[in-house]
Design a protein around this ligand. Structure first.
Ligand SMILES: Nc1ncnc2c1ncn2[C@@H]1O[C@H](COP(=O)(O)OP(=O)(O)OP(=O)(O)O)[C@@H](O)[C@H]1O
Length: 352
């Protein structure tokens, strides 16, 4: 999905990364072809363990790919990362700020460290809506405010591309809303925002385009509207008494409808609720529930990835724990600003 002039913010081709583990080699990313257009919010979606973080870390030069190529604004990375690093800001792990310092003091320190002008500090605090609390100590902030400060840190160098790896992890609905609004605002200002997530509803609301990955491979990409449109029309969920499920299935299929089982209910594709209700009622079968279900990104995602994750969507393995441990080893203020700082601050070791 290049822009009219063909430029892509991010492109990967055949990107592959495996990790050594006690049980042999584990695939992190397997031949990934990713295209992120310039400008707007791009959702990078996939179940836990599908390779999102590994991909992001390869883009930022934190993990070395086994094979394949990656580029940012047309510059090969990691080889030419220094040429483009100033245009990129990223949050890969939770950043560390000094708890007793205010947002402003933390960002001033960071600006000095990365060579960003100090005048940017108030501007970025304003950009993420923290002006009213800029003088308060970091330790008094809510999780959502801490995360917004992390985003502010990435903006110090006024980058063109922002990369956020699961930025709403651990936030409550209000915090998620704050971050979502901040990311959408950045997209509207013409920045390119790559946001990884396994929470579809939030990405659906703010993303212009998405890439869906499973087991390290791209399984779908395009605009949110295209992907949802490809799902066909709405489905009707029909809740039935257990004894009626089989008879309702044969009744509806004999009338040419496509019927799927979902728990104790049936999902009837592309039909309207009144028709389904009438067909069943005429034969003395009464639905206990009739719900129209419109296609959304979640149904696209589940359809493409549900067989890919052992243990379902909430599966969290040792990998998450490793990330938490790695987080504890980071140090220094503003650890998550541009890739330079990310490289310096994220100490999670590469197994391979
Ligand atoms: N440092 C590492 N050592 C060994 N295996 C790893 C390492 N990092 C990632 N993996 C493995 O690579 C695969 C992809 O993990 P990755 O963290 O990239 O996925 P993800 O999509 O970001 O997952 P999540 O949503 O849980 O963060 C997983 O099987 C994971 O266990």
């Amino acid at each position: 999905m290049p822009t009219a002039d063909g430029e892509l913010a991010i492109e990967t081709r055949g990107l592959r990364k495996t990790y050594r583990s006690v049980r042999g080699r584990r695939v992190g990313v397997e031949g990934l072809d990713l295209q992120v257009p310039v400008g707007g919010v791009h959702g990078f979606l996939g179940p836990n363990g599908s390779g999102k973080t590994t991909t992001i870390r390869m883009l930022l030069g934190l993990v070395r790919p086994d094979r394949g190529t990656a580029s940012i604004f047309g510059h090969d990375v990691p080889r030419h990362l220094p040429d483009v690093v100033g245009r990129v800001g990223a949050i890969v792990e939770s950043p560390k700020f000094f708890p007793a310092f205010s947002a402003r003091a933390n960002l001033r320190l960071l600006a000095d460290g990365i060579g960003a002008p100090r005048e940017r500090v108030d501007a970025v605090i304003d950009q993420v809506g923290l002006s009213g609390r800029a003088k308060d100590r970091y330790r008094t902030y809510s999780l959502g405010m801490k995360q917004r400060l992390a985003i502010a840190a990435t903006l110090l160098k006024d980058p063109d591309l922002l990369i956020f790896d699961e930025p709403t992890n651990g936030l409550d609905p209000a915090g998620i809303h704050e971050i979502r609004r901040t990311m959408r605002g950045l997209g509207d200002q013409g920045k390119t925002v790559l946001v990884s997530s396994h929470i579809l509803a939030e990405v659906e609301q703010i993303a212009d385009t998405v890439s869906i990955v499973a087991r390290g491979r791209l399984v779908a990409s395009g605009s949110v509207a295209e992907l949802i449109g490809g799902q066909g029309g709405p489905a009707v969920r029909v809740g039935l008494a257990a004894d009626d499920v089989a008879i309702a299935t044969s009744l509806l299929t004999s009338r040419g409808l496509v019927v799927r089982r979902e728990d104790d209910a049936l999902l009837v594709d592309g039909a309207d609720a009144a028709t389904v209700n009438r067909m069943l009622g005429e034969q003395g079968v009464w639905a206990g529930e009739l719900t129209v279900r419109r296609a959304d990104l979640e149904s696209v995602f589940l359809g493409l990835t549900q067989h890919e994750v052992p243990g379902g969507r909430d599966h969290r393995g040792g990998r998450r724990r490793r990330k938490e441990e790695a987080r504890d080893t980071t140090s220094g203020a503003g650890a998550a600003s541009g890739p330079g700082a990310a490289v310096a601050s994220t100490t999670m070791g590469e197994d391979a």
